[in-house]
Write a protein that binds this ligand. Structure first.
Ligand SMILES: Cc1cc2nc3c(=O)[nH]c(=O)nc-3n(C[C@H](O)[C@H](O)[C@H](O)COP(=O)(O)OP(=O)(O)OC[C@H]3O[C@@H](n4cnc5c(N)ncnc54)[C@H](O)[C@@H]3O)c2cc1C
Ligand code: HEM
Length: 402
C-alpha cells in the first residue's frame, strides 16, 4: 500500500466538497435500502462525519501506533448502531464507488488496490475491537437522568445513572442519544472521575438550531431516559508524568478537564495545577462557584477565570469598555487581583492570551478543551510559552465558536 498515493487521492476527492458525501450515502442507500433505517432521518450536518473520519484515518495510515487505537475505539463505539461484519463490505463498496467517481482519470488499478487494502485493514481492526468488547461490555448503556440543573439559559449540568457500571478514564466522552431525537447521537464528556455509585455528570451547552443540545438543556428532567455508547477519546491524564499541569477549558470544555482534576486530586502527591476557565461573559463561567471552593480547599490548585467579550465597568463606575481593548493594554495585566488585568478575580481577554500572560510555562503538561477557535490559538500560545507540543493533549468539541 502506497500511503502517499492514498493521501493524494483522498485530498483530491475531498476538495470536491459536500457532493462527495451526498454521492456516498445515495449510493449506499440505493444499493442497500435496509441500511437507511440505521441513520438519522434528517442527515443535514451529519453526512460528512464518516468521510471526515476517513480523512483522519488516511492522514495516519503510515502511523499505525496512532491509527490502531483510534480505529479500535471507533469499532467499539459502532456497536451502538447495531452494525455487524456483513455491513462492512456494503460500506466499502460504496466508498470505492465514490472515490472512483470523484477521482476521474486519476483512478488507476494501483489506487484501487491501495484503497481495497486500506479499507480491509480498517474494517478488520474495527471489527476485532468490537468483537473483543462484546465479551465484556454491552453495545450501549441505558441511563436515567437523576438531576438536571440549568446553570443559565443555555447551559445545563445533568447527572445520569447508568443501568450498569460504565468504565471510563477521566477526560473521555460518550455518545448520548435522547428518545425524542432517535439516532442523533452526540458526544458529551464525563465531568467527573468515576464514582462508587457510577453516576456521571455532563455539562451541556445549547447550540442554536442543533437537534440534540436544546433538548438536553431545556427539556430534560429527572426520570428521563438516555442511551450512551462506549467511552472514547485520548484527552486523558498522563499518569507517568510528575510535571505540573495546565488545564485550559473554554466553556463546557471544562467537563473533561474537571474529571481530570478530580483524578489528580486522588493522587497521593498532586502536582501544581493551574485551571484556566474561559467564556465570553461572566455568566458563561457556569461552574465558577464550585471551582472557587475547590481552589480554596486544595493548596496545589489555582483557578483562573477569564472572559473575552464582556463590557466591564471602569474604575470610576462610569461607562464600561470592552475587555478586548483591555487585554491589549500591556504589561499591567498580570493576573488575579492586579488592577487592569482582572476584575473581581476574573481575567479579561481571550483564553489563549490570558494563559500566555500568566506564563511562561516551561516543564508543564497541558490539557486543552473547547472549540477549535480557542484550541488552535491555545496550542500556539502554550508552545510559545515553553510547553513542548508533545506535552499538550486536546479535544475539540466543534469547529464553530462556542
Ligand atoms: C468528543 C466530543 C466531546 C464533546 N463534549 C461536549 C460536552 O461535554 N459538552 C457540550 O456542550 N458539547 C460537547 N460536544 C459537542 C456536542 O457533541 C454537540 O455537537 C453539541 O452539543 C451540539 O449538538 P446539537 O445536536 O444540538 O448540534 P449539532 O448537530 O452537533 O451541531 C449543529 C452545528 O453547530 C456546530 N456546533 C457543535 N457544537 C457547537 C458548539 N458548542 N458551539 C457552536 N457550534 C457548535 C456543529 O459543528 C454544527 O455545524 C462534544 C463533541 C465532541 C466531538
Ligand atoms: C471505514 C469504516 C468506517 C468508518 C471510518 C466509520 C466512521 C464513522 C464515524 C466517524 C461516525 C460518526 C460517529 C458519531 O459522531 O457519532 C460514524 C457513524 C455511523 N456509522 Fe460508521 N464508519 C465506518 C463503517 C461503518 C459501517 C460498515 C456501517 C454500517 C452501515 C456504519 C454505520 C454508521 C452509522 C449508522 C453511523 C451513525 C449515523 C451517523 O452519525 O452518521 N459505519 N461512522
Amino acid at each position: 500500500m502506497d500511503a502517499q498515493r492514498l493521501k493524494d487521492n483522498f485530498a483530491a476527492v475531498a476538495e470536491q466538497g459536500d457532493a462527495v458525501a451526498l454521492f456516498f450515502y445515495a449510493d449506499l442507500f440505493v444499493r442497500n435500502p435496509h441500511l437507511r433505517d440505521m441513520f438519522p432521518i434528517g442527515m443535514t450536518g451529519q453526512r460528512d462525519k464518516l468521510l471526515r473520519a476517513l480523512g483522519q484515518i488516511v492522514a495516519k495510515v503510515d502511523d499505525l501506533p496512532a491509527l490502531v487505537p483510534f480505529l479500535r475505539q471507533l469499532g467499539r463505539d459502532h456497536r451502538r448502531f447495531g452494525i455487524v461484519a456483513e455491513h462492512y463490505p456494503n460500506v466499502g463498496a460504496s466508498l470505492l464507488a465514490t472515490l472512483r467517481h470523484f477521482s476521474g482519470p486519476a483512478w488507476t488499478e494501483d489506487v484501487e488496490s491501495d484503497w481495497n487494502a486500506a479499507y480491509s485493514l480498517v474494517a478488520k481492526v474495527m471489527l476485532e475491537a468490537a468483537d473483543e468488547d462484546a465479551l465484556s461490555s454491552p453495545a450501549w448503556w441505558n441511563g436515567q437522568v437523576v438531576a438536571a440543573e440549568r446553570r443559565r439559559f443555555d447551559i445545563a449540568v445533568l447527572r445520569i445513572q447508568p443501568d450498569r457500571p460504565l468504565p471510563y478514564t477521566p477526560g473521555q466522552s460518550v455518545a448520548l442519544e435522547v428518545p425524542s431525537r432517535l439516532r442523533h447521537w452526540r458526544y458529551y464528556s464525563m465531568a467527573n472521575a468515576p464514582r462508587p455509585d457510577h453516576t456521571v455528570d455532563f455539562h451541556v451547552r445549547l447550540v442554536d438550531g442543533g437537534p440534540v443540545s436544546p433538548v438536553l438543556v431545556r427539556a430534560t428532567q429527572p426520570g428521563d431516559r438516555v442511551r450512551m455508547g462506549a467511552p472514547i477519546g485520548t484527552l486523558t491524564l498522563d499518569e507517568s508524568s510528575n510535571r505540573d499541569v495546565l488545564l485550559v477549558a473554554g466553556s463546557t470544555g471544562l467537563a473533561p478537564l474537571k474529571a481530570i482534576l478530580e483524578q489528580i486530586a486522588g493522587r497521593p502527591r498532586p502536582p501544581r495545577v493551574h485551571l484556566f476557565f474561559g467564556a465570553r461573559d461572566r455568566d458563561g463561567l457556569y461552574d465558577l462557584e464550585h471551582l472557587s471552593k475547590l481552589a480554596a480547599e486544595l493548596p496545589w490548585l489555582t483557578v483562573v477565570p477569564a472572559v473575552s467579550d464582556e463590557i466591564v465597568p471602569d474604575e470610576t463606575g462610569g461607562h464600561g469598555f470592552s475587555s478586548q481593548l483591555r487585554s491589549g493594554a500591556g504589561p499591567g495585566h498580570l493576573g488575579l487581583g492586579h488592577a487592569g488585568g482582572a476584575h473581581g478575580g476574573i481575567e479579561h481577554g481571550s483564553l489563549p492570551d490570558v494563559v500566555a500572560r500568566r506564563g511562561p510555562w516551561p516543564g508543564h503538561d497541558a490539557y486543552v478543551c473547547g472549540p477549535a477557535a480557542m484550541v488552535e490559538p491555545a496550542i500556539e500560545r502554550l508552545t510559545a510559552s515553553g510547553v513542548a507540543r508533545d506535552r499538550i493533549r486536546l479535544e475539540t468539541f466543534a469547529d464553530a465558536q462556542r
